[in-house]
Design a protein around this ligand. Structure first.
Ligand code: PEP
Ligand code: MG
Length: 372
């Protein structure tokens, strides 16, 4: 794996001694997790489980689940998914060796998993043992005009709780297996995507707790775990105090939050955003660097409100901006606890976090002290 050595490693040690914020990584594969560790990541802040099903045979399982017409069909696909996820998680827990690992429940915009083109449609129809025309009807029934604002994230978990049950089982069984092998407890952190309502957290948390109790009884092994929520919709930011009553930790998703605060699609914004930057209407691409006055204001509000309810709640940032130095400086100022970024941005995030902490300390020193 890549790693840091010589003067670069010394500089990083120096930076680590100065920073307050922790730096984690976004990772789904063993090679990403290993690379991130070599770069000094202090845990996984975001494992996007839907990314574990993009390639090869695996996408077929996901298609089978999404295209199933009843619970029995979904459960059959989920039964095949369970051992895959269990071994995925065991591997990540082992690589991270006791560092925190945050696993996010499925958040696939459905269109990304539907078969496209003649070849994929033929293959999927054959695999499902159904007529091509029947398959096409099912695909049409699942089509959404705005998939990114559609049936994804926690909404999928509420429509199909069997997905939560399967993923939670895989997480708890993996935590027990990895913990037993290492001789040290693994404490998984389960993250709910696209939450906007307290009752969404309650609904899913109840299923997770039930599965945890069942798996612990079956195995005769206790597992501690955390359930947290993404803050990536404006309503979640505004309601962070209420959500904090139900969540053990929170992670700000700056990609979806920027998309929904501006009402700009994160997938097709490139053309006009470039014009906006050229015309000086927007300083920087708000998907890359935090828009302090708008999106930033909401993040600050979320931190402040969540801590009104739970003063010590851990607040992270796991969207694209988690690896951007200017954004990291902002996150330091509003009291974010950790950022999570892609493995290769971990060193720059460590350095940026240190610079921000030093700047914040200088600022505090130069402020006149109140008399008294
Ligand atoms: C986000 O929205 O910022 C996020 C981290 O989730 P994703 O990019 O997977 O939507
Ligand atoms: Mg998101």
């Amino acid at each position: 794996p890549p790693g840091l050595s010589g003067d670069f490693a010394s500089l990083m040690d120096f930076a680590d001694a100065a920073r307050r914020m922790r730096v984690r990584t976004n990772a789904e594969t063993p090679s990403e997790a290993r690379a991130a560790r070599a770069f000094g990541a202090e845990g996984i802040g975001l494992c996007r489980t839907e990314h574990m099903f993009f390639d090869g045979n695996r996408i077929q399982v996901m298609r089978e689940m999404i295209l199933a017409t009843d619970e029995a069909g979904r459960r059959a696909a989920l039964d095949r998914l369970l051992p895959m996820q269990r071994s995925d998680f065991v591997e990540l827990f082992e690589i991270m060796a006791g560092q925190p690992v945050t696993i996010r429940l499925l958040d696939p915009p459905l269109h990304e998993f539907l078969p496209k083109g003649e070849g994929e449609i033929e293959d999927t129809a054959r695999q499902l043992g159904i007529d091509r025309a029947v398959l096409c009807q099912r695909i049409i029934a699942l089509k959404e005009m705005n998939p990114m604002l559609g049936h994804r994230g926690v909404r999928l978990a509420i429509s199909y709780p069997e997905i939560v049950e399967t993923q939670a089982r895989a997480i708890f069984e993996a935590a027990i297996e990895a913990g037993a092998r290492a001789g040290a407890a693994v404490v998984p952190e389960i993250l709910l995507p696209l939450v906007s309502l307290r009752k969404e957290v309650d609904f899913v948390r109840k299923r997770i707790d039930q599965v945890a109790a069942t798996v612990m009884a079956e195995r005769g092994w206790k597992v501690d775990y955390l359930v947290g929520t993404m803050i990536e919709l404006p309503r979640a930011a505004v309601q962070a105090d209420t959500l904090a009553e139900a969540a053990d930790f929170m992670s700000v998703g700056t990609n979806d939050l920027t998309q929904t605060v501006f009402g700009i699609s994160r997938d097709d914004s490139a053309n006009f955003l470039a014009t906006y930057e050229r015309q000086g209407i927007l300083g920087r691409d708000p998907f890359q660097s935090v828009d302090v006055e708008g999106v930033g204001e909401l993040i600050a509000l979320a931190v402040e409100k969540a801590r009104r309810t739970r003063p010590s709640i851990a607040m992270g940032v796991c969207g694209e901006q988690g690896g951007d130095p200017a954004s990291i400086d902002f996150f330091e100022r509003v009291g974010i606890d950790y950022v999570s970024c892609s493995p290769f941005r971990v060193p720059i995030a460590r350095l940026a976090a240190a610079q921000s902490a030093i700047r914040a300390a200088r600022l505090a020193q130069s402020r006149p002290r109140p008399r008294g």
